[in-house]
Design a protein around this ligand. Sequence first.
Ligand code: ZN
Length: 634
Amino acid sequence: MANPVLPSTGVLSPLGLDAVRLAPGFWGDRVTLDREVTIAHCREWMEREGWIDNFRGRRPRRGREFSDSEIYKLLEGMAWAGHPDLPELAETVARAQEGDGYLNTRWSGNRYTDLEWGHELYCYGHLIQAGVARLRTHGEDRLTEVAIRAADHVCRRFMDTTETCGHPEIEMALVELYRATGTDRYLEMARRFVERRGLPALGPIHFGRAYFQDDVPVRQAKVFGGHAVRALYLACGVVDVAVETGDQELLKAVEAQWERTIARRTHVTGGMGSRHADESFGEDYELPPDRAYAETCASIASIMLAHRLLLATGDARYADMTERTLYNMLATGLALDGKSFFYANPLHVRVPAEPPQGVVSHAEQVGLRSPWFDVSCCPNNIARTLASLPAYVATADAGGVQIHHFTPGEIRHGGLALQMETGYPWSGGVTVRVLADGRGRISLRVPSWATGATLSRACAPDGSGASGAAGAPPAGAGRSPAAVPVAPGYAVAEGEWRAGDEIRLELPMAPRWTFPDRRVDALRGTVTVERGPLVYCAESVGDEPPLADLAARVTTPPADVPADRPGDEAVELEIAAVRAAPDANGWPYRAEQDRPGGTGGGTDTVLRLVPYHRWGNRGPATMRVWLPVAGERP
Ligand SMILES: [Zn+2]
């Protein structure tokens, strides 16, 4: 099965790239863009920056100590995409591997002398994931051989020590290699890496051991903390180990950590991470919109984790969070032309960025996507994630299939062959057409925001009438289908199916105001707008009016407006707003509570909002997701 995560047990089984094929649509277009543009773009930049030359032995070595991992992530993306350049790039990597399986262009000759910062095991993790991707899409070859030799080297060197890597990643990779090969020692090595963390297993660093999750054993942690990508990659490996070893206590520990992190440490976009200094989560309710870090890689790690938890438990909440993160983080990370990327994803940008001049940007640059970064983890991570995206769309169990994400395409599993048609996320109708006679349960996720959703079922024109449907009544031939209300969770239709039968899910797509919990101090008194799975924002480019003095009038509901930009199918929104007169006061504190526009100083206006994932595609811009709530009209 062509799938990045293939647990041997769990409530749901993933459907891979061989079972789910995407057609043109929101995600199908991005998968195509990735295959045709982004993968080549990443390759080109890594040649330009000398990171591939490091494997050719060219000196001086270039790039950061972890740059090898970027080539591996791209190889994984190439494997999922069936990219023709893979064998040649894999051969370049293979030639740098040492006789005992060791492979690292930075630390060769100086092995494992800095496990805190060296990233050697982290790099192997990505190499092994690339190897597994190749094994599952093609079969054994040079890349899978290199990955297995590296994994065997890791097992020999680390099985009986107390050491681990400063950056988790090897854990989930080893479990996946165990799943792909059946070799027990890879699972045992992963289990030991998980259990020795927090004892502690690493030396002290100036950020403190919490930075790399070595402050407390993973079973005792209450919430994800420290460096966000590290914490989430570790949690993925922990779920994998828990699932494969049947360790319910360990699985429950991660579920509880996820719950609290979602409740207190997650931005409305699904982004995670609030601090720039150490790329870390921050404390509970520490969610500043302007200083949000929300690294693209952390959101990808969050998607990987939620997917694992969905497979293990079947709980729709995990798919809900995956959807939020896909539409508002993954889609944001990549420019519409597929050639530039966000690293940090704040929810408020006050000053337009300086356009990069074809040079490598610092990771923290915000406000404009960059073609490449000095730390370029995010572009290759986007490339590999989009290449494997069909694997996140649907799952199966003994009774049938579950469709978690709505995008045009085909799903084939067991006795079911289905075609999905939808204009989602712009429109809320999802039609699932049965392509061949069969039987089984078809479940469609109803997102948590979709109050008032309905499901209907229609038979093929010559159909003899469907049998027992739960959630939707059987509809006879020629009768118009009756729509029944369905609650958030999964809407289920089951029975015998004839080619041409259809299920239709209608999700309400009216834009809605969303207010923050009062404990999120940085957002108190503000509001944002969501529509379907999308978070919206105000954007100002060039001479467009500034955003600083605006407040939203929440007494008037937001309204859809057709997007007027050429080639843009996005739905934009309009809200009633007030533009407060700029204060002449030289001191931003006063004796009365500030109520924007409520004390007679404001001018009513209409504010256009765009989906957050589309911001920054028209050049340097200011942007804000959260707007102050306007006071009463005077
Ligand atoms: Zn990154």
